[in-house]
Write a protein that binds this ligand. Structure first.
Ligand code: AMP
Length: 186
């Protein structure tokens, strides 16, 4: 099964997607992880992405779409994958639909991990203390939540329209969320 994972920052999407992919033997592609690695390696992509990430803004669509298309065209996303953190805008969702069609790859489900705003803020501030991610300061967190609401939340409707949206309640123990995800992901 091929999946995209949707959810606000702090919804637990990254952790759960990774765990689920391991369990099911799927490829896990996190655009956030790829970008953080590119920044750490000082690549061209990393240099271009760094400022946006630090500010909690989205990296321009063409950079991200190029990155995903490389994976699809190389046949790396085919039989069993979870896209985590992509798509994040309507143009990204449309590009993904078009490129998967071009390479005859199906998208089976868009899974929304649903967590309310107060809980997200709490979790992100807590994660900031633990992991020290440079985009986990309070102002940047607020901006990332705003960016999610404005630019990413509309793709929930996009996938409803495609009849592949599944919502999982994310305000539960990590184990319960994982089990609920497991039900929809296979
Ligand atoms: P994440 O780890 O998914 O929270 O992503 C961290 C940061 O990477 C985001 O705040 C964006 O700056 C950038 N990023 C990750 N995925 C995307 C995407 N699909 N489109 C644009 N920017 C992205």
């Amino acid at each position: 099964m091929n999946l995209v994972f949707l959810g606000p920052p702090g919804s637990g999407k990254g952790t759960q997607a990774k765990k689920l992919a391991e369990k099911l033997g799927y490829v896990h592609l996190s655009t956030g992880d790829v970008l953080r690695q590119a920044v750490a390696d000082g690549t061209e992509l990393g240099k271009k992405a760094d400022g946006y990430m630090k500010a909690g803004e989205l990296v321009p669509d063409d950079l991200i779409i190029g990155l995903i298309e490389e994976q699809v065209s190389a046949g790396k996303l085919k039989n069993g994958f979870i896209l985590d953190g992509f798509p994040r805008t309507i143009p990204q969702a449309e590009s993904l639909r078009d490129m998967l069609k071009k390479y005859q790859v199906s998208l089976d489900k868009a899974v929304l991990l649903d967590v309310g705003e107060d809980e997200i803020m709490k979790r992100l501030l807590n994660r900031a203390k633990i992991e020290g991610r440079p985009d986990d300061t309070e102002d940047v967190i607020k901006n990332r939540i705003e960016v999610y609401k404005q630019q990413t939340a509309p793709i929930v409707e996009f996938y409803k329209g495609e009849s592949i949206l599944q919502t999982v309640r994310g305000e539960d123990t990590p184990e319960n969320v994982f089990n609920a995800l497991l039900q929809v992901a296979q």
